[in-house]
Design a protein. Structure first.
Length: 519
């Protein structure tokens, strides 16, 4: 205690000392947890993508004079209201990031953990996540905002024409890459090592991690990767499936697109799906799928799943995994409630193969529908991706590790709402911040085992960021993944080794995916 008190003046002095970035000086503040971590919030890494820069590729932030106050989070990117958005101001001037550091000085050279938030590419913000507990373990944590929905992923013939690469879309992914370039150029001043950067993310953020692993534009900007519940990796939309660079799906909804100049004059609210009916004339809807990454031949040269299978990705140490009940949240919000509706939905959308899906994910009675849908969403959107990427990675480099999260806290939402180990449930454990860090907000007071599990899981994440191997400390042996055993470490009511997650179902989903992509 005495040594900590002696260090306190030095820590306070460090928090008051401005840090020089390529944009200018920034001053942070002590994080509220009393850990000595200094946090810098709302640092712009790109110019505001508004007006003539709307839909354009991101450009570095304009330098500022004097010292910028970085004690408050910046605006969040335009998105629907809800828990993903939080309570922050909404603005197109949203391309900012946040830094938590235990040692804001150039000589520290600490590992960097760069978090990419989830939210289906239509919601979320970096300010939802608290990096203090991770930073306290000896890393520099960065969280970012990136453009979402149509503002982040619109493909348009005029955008394609003005591009030197004759392509458009994926602006949100370009934002992520520019933020990584900012880390390369600036993170040393915050105590980080630009040559030891781990990208990690959940859901859409985890998919982004996988896509950055296949993007030539991200080469050299990161050195390790953690993918938590990656979604969509085998379903990125190609330009060839979207007539006129994406206009097809929009016309299907009855919406009319104008010229690029007209689109840039509209208020940004026209590009946000409010879902609650407050704005029935919005230009796009989530269902139109105009807010998703595309295979553009540049940032995403080919289909990411094909690139992984062909070994065309950055061979960096990898941790990848998913939760036992990823599909429960999505099944809960579905309008399909009866066995008849379930069967009708499959027959309509999976002509010729519906019965095979029903035999693998049966729902003979109405009470079985939610479970069947949850299992199908779980396997098709999340589990199969983890296996695909882990298999590809393990054949090219040995430091590939798979996890499987199964913990259902006795008083948590997974138990009270019967969601199980739901989508995003692992985030508070990975951040060692059980008070609420991510999608579902504050949680009940944790059980002693939950606190222990969070400590061990987050320390494994930090060890991996430091060395490329999560093993060590009190953690049981975590075997590397290989295509023969497909080993994983389970984080649940205990921490234990396992092998092969739902192999029969995932084999079926792989076959099904091939059939669907040929249609």
């Amino acid at each position: 205690m005495r040594s900590a008190l002696l260090l306190l003046p030095l820590i306070l002095a460090a928090s008051d000392r401005p840090v020089k970035t390529t944009g200018g000086l920034v001053s942070g503040a002590m994080a509220p947890g009393g850990s000595g971590v200094v946090v810098f919030k709302g640092i712009p890494y790109a110019a505001a993508p508004a007006g003539p820069l709307r839909f354009a590729l991101p450009r570095p932030a304009q330098p500022w004079s004097g010292t910028r106050d970085a004690s408050r989070f910046g605006p969040v990117c335009p998105q629907p209201p809800g828990p993903l958005r939080g309570a922050g101001e909404v603005s197109e001037d949203c391309l900012n990031l946040n830094v938590w550091t235990p040692a804001p000085n150039r000589g520290a050279k600490l590992p960097v953990m760069f978090w990419i938030h989830g939210g289906g590419f239509f919601g979320g913000t970096g300010s939802t996540y608290d990096g203090e507990a991770l930073a306290r373990k000896g890393v520099v944590v960065v969280t970012i905002n990136y453009r979402l929905g149509p503002l982040g992923f619109l493909s348009h013939p005029e955008l394609t024409a003005e591009s030197p690469r004759r392509t458009s879309g994926n602006q949100g992914l370009h934002d992520q890459i520019l933020a990584l370039a900012w880390v390369r150029d600036n993170i040393a001043a915050f105590g980080g090592n630009p040559r030891n950067v781990t990208i990690f993310g959940e859901s859409a953020g985890a998919a982004s991690v996988c896509w950055l692993m296949t993007s030539p534009l991200a080469k050299g900007l990161f050195h390790k990767a953690i993918s938590q519940s990656a979604a969509f990796v085998d379903t990125a939309i190609g330009h060839a499936t979207r007539s006129a660079d994406g206009f097809g799906p929009v016309q299907d909804t009855g919406a009319k697109l104008g010229s690029l100049a007209e689109l840039r004059r509209k208020p940004f609210s026209d590009f946000v799906d409010n879902s609650a009916g407050a704005n029935t004339d919005h230009l796009f809807t989530i269902e139109a799928k105009i807010g998703r990454p595309v295979v553009d031949g540049w940032l995403m040269p080919e289909h990411p799943a094909d690139l992984f299978r062909a070994g065309q990705f950055h061979k960096v140490p990898l941790v990848i995994g998913s939760n036992a009940d990823e599909g429960s949240l999505f099944a809960m919000t579905s309008k399909i409630r009866t066995a008849a509706q379930y069967s009708e939905f499959l027959e309509k959308n999976y002509t010729g193969i519906a019965q095979r899906i029903l035999s693998t994910y049966p729902a003979p009675a109405d009470k079985d529908v939610a479970g069947a849908m949850s299992a199908y969403i779980n396997d098709s959107s999340f589990q199969v991706t983890s296996r695909l990427v882990a298999r590809a990675s393990s054949t090219r480099q040995k430091k590939t590790f798979q996890y499987f999260f199964t913990r259902v806290a006795p008083k948590g939402l997974g138990k009270t709402m019967r969601l199980g180990a739901y989508h995003s449930a692992e985030i508070p454990y990975a951040f060692d911040s059980l008070e609420g860090n991510g999608l579902m907000g504050p949680q009940p007071k944790p059980e002693p085992w939950d606190s222990t599990l969070a400590k061990m899981m987050s320390e494994a994440w930090v060890r991996f960021a430091r060395t490329g191997d999560p093993n060590g400390g009190a953690l049981p042996r975590w075997p590397a993944f290989d295509a023969r055993k497909e080993a994983y470490l389970e984080f649940g009511d205990e921490i234990k080794e396992g092998a092969r997650v739902r192999p029969r179902q995932l084999d079926f989903i792989e076959e099904l995916t091939v059939l669907l992509r040929k249609r």
